[in-house]
Design a protein around this ligand. Structure first.
Ligand code: ZN
Length: 264
């Protein structure tokens, strides 16, 4: 019998929702800590309390962003257990490197790493039967920021093919309707791409102008993130031959033009 316990980190914000979801995944008295989060003493105390009476078997991270991984190495050392991750990152050094399909067995559980690049190149989800721990690949109540739009789309298709029943995201509530959530995420990316192309067809010539159209009325605090999103979408479109990006490939002022495509 598997039990999944949520320990919510006290780091709410525009990009973290109510905070980072740290999960204790338990089976037969053993527990793995997933995404211990930032180094916040009260949060680490809450994790220690949740571990009371359980034998810790490992600490794992979905990716190395500062809201997920920094507490991992200290906690792993304190508990004297392996620290699992796909790659090293800022303030994080895995002692056990994950690759796609890597199994972590404990109690009666077999947790399997699923490499899902896109949000970051080092991102992994973890499959446990028909549950999927999704980190920042899919979160509850929002869409995510992506580094690589093409890789992200492929990773959404990859988790769709796993047909999980329930998602445990890195932020926000559990998602019991996994199939629909994944389908909505895919539809959202397709729609955003269409909106970027529509903005270009209506005369936008820079990333800033595309953001003004696609993200009209956006909170100014989120503008940098929107520029980042549009850029990653444009790189995908460039690689597919849809657009040409101007030189000086940085910032919202980068010029963009539609490629002439006969018949399109
Ligand atoms: Zn992240």
């Amino acid at each position: 019998m598997t039990a999944i316990e949520l320990v919510l980190a006290p780091n709410p914000g525009p990009f973290t929702g109510p905070g980072t979801n740290t999960y204790l995944i338990e089976s037969k008295g053993e527990a793995l800590v997933l995404d211990p989060g930032p180094i916040i003493p009260v949060h680490l105390d809450a994790i220690r309390v949740a571990l009371t009476g359980l034998i810790p078997v490992g600490v794992a991270v979905t990716h190395t962003h500062p809201d997920h991984a920094p507490a991992a190495n200290g906690l792993g050392a304190e508990l004297d257990v392996p620290v699992y991750g796909f790659a090293p990152g800022d303030g994080f050094e895995p002692t056990a490197r994950l690759e796609d399909g890597f199994p972590i067995g404990f109690g009666a559980n077999r947790l399997v790493a699923v490499h899902t690049p896109g949000h970051t190149s080092d991102h992994v989800c973890f499959r446990l039967g028909d549950y999927l721990f999704t980190g920042d690949h899919i979160i509850g109540g929002s869409t995510v920021i992506i580094e690589d739009a093409a890789a992200y789309m492929a990773s959404l298709e990859k988790v769709a093919a796993l047909a999980p029943a329930r998602l445990y995201p890195g932020h926000g509530p559990q998602l019991p309707d996994a199939r629909n959530v994944i389908a909505e995420y895919i539809a959202h990316r397709v729609q955003r791409e269409q909106e970027v192309l529509t903005a270009l067809r209506s005369g936008a010539t820079t990333i800033d102008e595309i953001v003004d159209i696609v993200y009209a009325g956006l909170d100014p605090n989120l503008r940098m993130a929107a520029v980042f999103q549009v850029r990653s979408q444009l790189i995908k479109l460039r690689d597919e031959g849809w657009v040409v990006l101007g030189a000086g490939n940085a910032g919202g002022a980068t010029t963009v033009r539609l490629e002439e495509r006969p018949g399109v």
